[in-house]
Design a protein around this ligand. Structure first.
Ligand code: AMP
Length: 286
């Protein structure tokens, strides 16, 4: 496994592989790897000849400097885990390598996909930071395929939009959310939860599970499903920042489920904000 810190070196190494006919898969991460990240790396390893894992805590997507500071990091452990899951190259640049002096370009995606939900809470600049770093990583690693997790559903929609709008020659693969045995979606931030907070964190999964059960029982009205989902948070003493049923492709609010809906939620629990989502699909006419 090769460790790379410079953009120029990454581009040279990838070019050599590509000119030998190898396909390249990219797994962008902010490090502190867990099974969710490793599932993406394994998928990339199954489908591509060369797997690049980037580890970069991207400062431009953090609006709160304390959150950036507190983001957990353990590079040595990450390199070992990435390698054992099938990474061939770990790209771990310093912030100055990604944003050198004089850097002044931002990829701005407009409209509800960056302004609603997470964009409403954190501001659209969060997703502009994501879009900018993802566009740069694509340009640096020249991947055939890039792997993202459904866990960050809105980010997936933003990345698909970015690729479509800029005609980027990369295929986007979305991999399922990996959960702890009790249903909590894995996240690098979960280590910051205290014991009591870890229990309360199950509110998000409980809210989404309540929606799934209600849909299963025949409910199709999204405002009622949102009410049912929010009600399931109450016993945990957790208040969602948002709990919404939206179109999975456009993120537009839905009034009824015709075919499918994405239910997304975010909630602060102790020192962290947790995100989770579920896609519910119904058979036509049911
Ligand atoms: P992060 O390091 O949090 O920026 O995540 C890097 C990638 O891993 C993103 O595409 C995430 O959506 C994905 N990811 C994070 N957590 C999970 C999870 N529990 N299951 C599947 N993918 C995940």
């Amino acid at each position: 496994m090769l460790m790379v810190r410079c953009v120029g070196e990454l581009q040279r190494v990838v070019r050599t592989h590509r000119s030998a006919g190898a396909t390249v898969g990219l797994v962008p991460t902010m490090g502190f790897l867990h099974e969710g990240h490793l599932s993406l790396i394994r998928q990339a390893n199954c489908e591509c000849d060369v797997v690049v894992v980037s580890i970069f805590v991207n400062p431009t997507q953090f609006s709160d400097p304390n959150d950036l500071e507190a983001y957990p990091r353990d590079e040595a452990r990450d390199v070992e885990l990435a390698s054992s899951a099938g990474a061939h190259i770990v790209f771990a640049p310093d912030p100055g390598e990604v944003y050198p002096e004089g850097f002044c370009t931002t990829v701005r995606i407009h409209g509800p996909i960056t302004e609603s939900l997470e964009g409403a809470v954190r501001g659209p600049a969060h997703f502009w930071g994501v879009a900018t770093v993802v566009a740069k990583l694509f340009s640096m690693a020249q991947p055939d395929v890039a792997y993202f997790g459904q866990k960050d559903a809105q980010q997936c929609v933003v990345v698909r939009r970015l690729v479509a709008d800029l005609d980027l020659p990369v295929r986007i693969e979305i991999c399922p959310t990996i959960r702890e045995p009790d249903g909590l979606a894995m996240s690098s931030r979960n280590v910051r939860l205290g014991r009591d907070e870890r229990e309360r964190a199950l509110a998000l999964r409980a809210g989404l599970a309540a929606v799934e059960s209600a849909v299963e029982a025949g409910e199709r009205a999204v405002d009622e499903l949102e009410r049912v989902g929010r009600a399931a948070f109450v016993p945990f003493g957790v208040e969602p920042e948002y709990f919404a049923g939206v179109d999975p492709m456009t993120l537009h609010p839905l009034s009824t489920i015709e075919r499918s809906a994405l239910f997304v939620t975010a909630a602060p629990v102790g020192p962290v904000r947790l995100l989770d989502n579920v896609v519910v699909a119904v058979a036509a006419g049911r």
